[in-house]
Design a protein around this ligand. Sequence first.
Ligand code: GCV
Length: 703
Amino acid sequence: MSVPVTGRASAHAGKSIWHAAWLPPAAFRELGSRPVLVHGEGLLVDTVLDEVSRACARYGGRVWHGPPWQVDADLVLALREAGRVPNVAAESARLGATPAVNGAGDGALGDEGYLLARVDGVTVVLADAPAGLLYGMFHVVRLGAAAFDDELPARRHRPALDRRMLDHWDNVDVHPVSGQVERGYAGGSLFWRDGAARHDHARLRDYGRLLAACGVNAITVNNVNVHDTEARLLTDRLGDVAEIAQVLRPYGVRVHLSVSFAAPVVLGGLPTADPLDDRVRAWWAAATRRVYQRIPDFGGYLVKADSEGRPGPFAYGRDHADGANLLAEALAPHGGVVRWRAFVYDHRQDWRDRSTDRARAAHDHFAPLDGRFDDNVILQVKFGPIDFQPREPVSPVLAAMPATRLAVELQATQEYTGQQRHVCYLGPWWSEVLRFRPRGEAGGTIADVAAGRAGAGGGLVAVANVGDDPFWTAHPLAQANLYAFGRLAWDPLLVPGAILDEWIDLTWLPVATGDPETVRRTMHAIMDDSWRTYERYTAPLGVGFMVRPGHHYGPDVDGYEYTPWGTYHFADRDGVGVDRTRATGTGFTGQYPPPWSEVYESRERCPDELLLFFHHVPYRHVLHSGRTVIQHIYDTHFAGVEEVAAMRERWRLVAGAVDPAVHDRVAERLDEQFRSAVEWRDQINTYFFRKSGVPDAHGRRIH
Ligand code: GCV
């Protein structure tokens, strides 16, 4: 027998009903069945108290907050500064806290950190600020029974990155082309519907919980493509933004807004948006002041400028530093930041022109501006030089701007990775990116770049993958991407398989029936390698795209080949790939520092998985794997489809052990994934067989 995943219906009739994702009430069973003491004051301490109280009401525990104290608590959650804790073990932990974590540095816990220990039979979470207490409480939830078993030596936990953010590409109006959520695959928006705010506070609050439980502390509430109605969120629709901020604040999530660079013209009636014009500067200063009057902890602005048709400083003969600094100046007095996107390229390129290379664009535009940005400007850089492909090299911009605060942008919404119809666990891909060392083994990682000096970096950002779908992400297994994003932003060194374990433990096991270990094994078997499986049956060896133009779902090998978008593969009868070398190609390899400038330049040294990103090679070129390029294409495409078939079979095994509604949804998506993978395999294999004339060494069917 299976039980339904416990979800919640909104208090407001007619609003959404949703599943509990990684916080079903049963995930709180261990915490909620004990005597718990919460010590301290503050909005986020109230959130902790509320969470603990609800869990205790459900599972028979008891909670104390202030006298009269019960001193036999199993769990103490306390702010260090709140003073003496009436529990001997907890009090000695409090007094000993700083020395106990001295090995990890200065002993400070910071705004979001906490100390966790189990001493003398009491589990203790200590924090210096309320947000730390909230994150510490969710750590206890993650540990489950293990939080109360053996002694746990005192350990300090602090986020590696201060800024851990999700960007929603949500529109207020339903856009005629991009819909309610641009590149959204999980239904409508959590914030907006048909031109108005949804006011679905219960669901928003639950969203805040999910974010806090994985460590996300900031969001942008509207699309970077700011259309007319959305532009007004900055002015006459600001109340809607303030309302979202208010609902999310108790979970430590700060709200940001995407703004239009042309706002002084379209909203303010000025004749210009020139960043050096005093009227423009005054307009931004006044608009920003009004924002902070309504939302004192407002995070700042996100801007897509001079990119894919959005307005920007180029119209006035100014550069991106002029543009970003204009907004930075308005935000600085209030402690806000401007997040300026580096996704700038020519989307009206002539495909005949072999000298223009989209991969070069961000570095060409931004690297010369290093050092020119104000302190509160964060340059937000897509992790790869093109556009969130399943395989790309890491963007060279991330190694080129040491005097600029840089944020790394990922895409949780699966625009190019199966659109939440395919299982594609992105944790391993993101982990690889974050661990990459752009200056070689002796240098720092991409995670270090995002952390910045003394924590002043721009952090990690992902384009959000949730919507008003009952399962949040439409494909229930895509929730793992959101969870993994938050956890990697907190600690980029976490191992993706271990993150998956956490997510399984929180989401599936508390409500699984029968044999939870089979559920765990099945999830791992399906998800661990699912990104590589996806890579196998789609565009080969890092060449990218080959998706259907416009919606970007499914194969269309030449779909973008003769278009202005700059995403070409250059396949002909002899070979395939883009020559980006300095010797004979676009020179893009020269944007990397050594050793990668040399590694990528060399056909022999270039890693197989990126070969066609950097080189145009004959079909019979032999890879490091020992296979020819053409045979690799055939083999991986056949293998990818077989792997999806195996996923489908595995999923059938857990049919009675998980909520039937979830099981059905995943099963239906796996059917579609299989259909789509077969289509990819057949189109890619047929295309390259026809181009090359080289038969498959194993004589398999190619059309
Ligand atoms: C929000 C890609 C997507 C666009 C997106 C753009 C961006 O081009 O297809 O939908 O626009 O990236 O990141 O700004």
